[in-house]
Write a protein that binds this ligand. Structure first.
Ligand SMILES: Nc1ncnc2c1ncn2[C@@H]1O[C@H](COP(=O)(O)OP(=O)(O)OP(=O)(O)O)[C@@H](O)[C@H]1O
Ligand SMILES: O=P(O)(O)OC[C@H]1O[C@H](OP(=O)(O)OP(=O)(O)O)[C@H](O)[C@@H]1O
Ligand SMILES: O=C(O)c1cccnc1
Length: 480
């Protein structure tokens, strides 16, 4: 079945709630929901927000066609015809604000805010979380990998091990946002304009009588600048020597061997030996590509061992976020329309970290005007006066309110941008190159202590006095 309509890409409970609201006549009441996550993945100090482009396309294409309606009828005989009619004319008419893709984001802050009829806001939850959680997770994993090899070339090789096709292409895009240079996935190349790159598999070597013949034929067949996989039989005894012969052949033809690839064995030892052999043979420009279940920890170790690797092919560990395969982003109701006005709502929990921050909120990044570095993120209620220089801010840690800090000279950059207004797209989606550049600039806003991959400093995310007072008031109201 090849069916692209994602309107029913939602959990059944959303339709249950939509129906129940419709039955009680509250489906047109408005509400505000916010997406945020509570815990950073991989012990990282930040996450890289991604998924907005897919969310925009998803919302623009929401439509209950006849196939969706027929399926719903087949599942629930009870659905009133008038409800199905309501679904047939369904479209998003609300407001959506979001952080831009490539932004560094932190726990507890609103990343996407949806203000819409309950009927619409419920339907959107599942798909939006699905897109945002996965893409943000992979962008964050890719960013960790980039941290350990900031000056090397990074290739995304994960498609064959990804959790199906969508994960492969959107994961490739997420990796590119965080600074990967290319993907092996041709469709991701075609869809998003990511450079597509590839070497060859062991099968190419195995399908010839000798390694040398395989390399020669491959170099003759392909355009200039090939990479040869040298570990099919014996890397140092046969693979690298055969590659050097081909490099000589190519040089005579005024062409060149671009690189060799190592895909097994001790990559530190083999890369150092291969480098020496290539240099001794007069080919210092030929690069060394490594692959084989790499992740940021192995890469860091390889670098510590002095490995001579110029290009890293990273697949499984990146595309599946193997060490933490899910980001726990949530979509929570923060305000509901009552008697024509918004009333903030809270979710109480015995665990203080799970008590939600009530009320529709904005979030600002406070940049110290002297250092140019981010000091903290600052969450206000939407009705509040935005923070501005000249107005000192007392930062109160929402979880540990004894932790307070005053800052005076700052620029407050709003992180949430209007994406949809009254259902109309008001945001010009940036190109992937622009997102990638924006992400690079974002990282420069932070001291390295927040960015390091092991035990990073915790970046502050604070509530304004008004937001904090509202929270205390609602907690108390629920205790009485
Ligand atoms: N010097 C090194 N230091 C740390 N880890 C390394 C080093 N060299 C290779 N590795 C990693 O160790 C793991 C070795 O995996 P494995 O034993 O399955 O590979 P292999 O036997 O060399 O090759 P394969 O099974 O793919 O033919 C891989 O994840 C690889 O990236
Ligand atoms: O190890 P990853 O990080 O997931 O990177 C992708 C892996 O996919 C290929 O191996 P595979 O054994 O599938 O095919 P091959 O015959 O080309 O080695 C490639 O050689 C890499 O080792
Ligand atoms: O081009 C490669 O070398 C490649 C591509 C995908 C997976 N493994 C390797």
């Amino acid at each position: 079945m090849n069916y692209e309509n994602l309107t029913l890409h939602t959990d059944k409970y959303q339709l249950n709630m939509m129906y129940a609201h419709w039955i009680q006549g509250t489906h047109n009441n408005k509400a505000v929901f916010e997406i945020f996550f509570r815990k950073l993945p991989f012990g990282n100090g930040y996450a890289v927000f991604a998924g907005l482009e897919r969310i925009v396309h998803y919302i623009q294409n929401l439509k209950f066609d006849e196939a969706e309606i027929a399926y719903l009828q087949s599942q629930e005989e009870n659905y009133a015809e008038a409800f199905l009619k309501e679904l047939r004319s369904f479209q998003f008419t609300g407001q959506l604000d979001s952080v831009k893709e490539g932004t560094l984001v932190f726990p507890g802050e609103p990343l996407i805010r949806v203000e819409a009829r309950l009927f619409e806001a419920h339907l959107l939850e599942t798909a939006m979380l699905n897109f945002m959680n996965y893409q943000t997770l992979i962008a964050t994993k890719a960013s960790r990998i980039k941290q350990v090899a900031p000056h090397d070339t990074l290739l995304e090789f994960g498609t064959r091990r990804a959790q199906e096709a969508d994960a492969a292409v959107w994961g490739a895009r997420a990796a590119y946002i965080s600074g990967f240079h290319a993907t092996s996935n041709m469709r991701a190349g075609m869809l998003f304009g990511i450079p597509a790159k590839g070497t060859h598999a062991h099968a190419w070597v195995q399908s010839h009588d000798t390694e040398e013949e395989a390399f020669r034929r491959y170099a003759e067949a392909l355009p200039d600048g090939v990479t040869l996989l040298v570990d099919t039989y014996d890397t140092l005894k046969s693979g690298v020597p055969a590659a050097i012969k081909i490099a000589r052949m190519l040089r005579e033809q005024s062409k060149e061997l671009s690189a060799i690839r190592l895909d097994s064995g001790d990559l530190a030892y083999l890369s150092k030996q291969s480098r020496q052999m290539l240099d001794d043979a007069g080919f210092p420009e030929v690069k060394i590509v490594a692959s084989n279940d790499l992740d940021e920890n192995i890469m860091l170790n390889l670098k510590a061992e002095g490995a001579r690797i110029d290009v890293w092919g990273v697949g499984t560990q990146l595309i599946t976020a193997a060490d933490q395969p899910a980001l726990g982003g949530v979509y929570k109701l923060v305000a509901r329309e009552k008697d024509g006005a918004y009333e903030p709502v809270i979710k109480i929990s015995g665990n203080p970290e799970k008590i939600s921050n009530p009320g529709a909120k904005d979030v600002y990044r406070l940049i110290n005007t002297e250092t140019g570095k981010a000091e903290a993120d600052y969450i206000t209620l939407t009705g509040e006066e935005p923070p501005a220089t000249g107005k000192p801010i007392r930062l109160i840690d929402p979880l540990h309110s004894y932790r307070q800090k005053q800052i005076d000279n700052y620029e407050a950059v709003p992180l949430l941008e209007p994406i949809f207004k009254q259902g109309e797209l008001v945001y010009a989606l940036p190109s992937l190159e622009q997102i990638r550049r924006y992400h690079e600039q974002q990282k420069k806003l932070f001291w390295p202590e927040y960015l390091r991959k092991l035990n990073p400093e915790v970046y502050r995310v604070h509530l304004s006095d008004e937001a904090w007072d509202l929270k205390k008031r609602l907690v108390r109201a629920h205790q009485d």
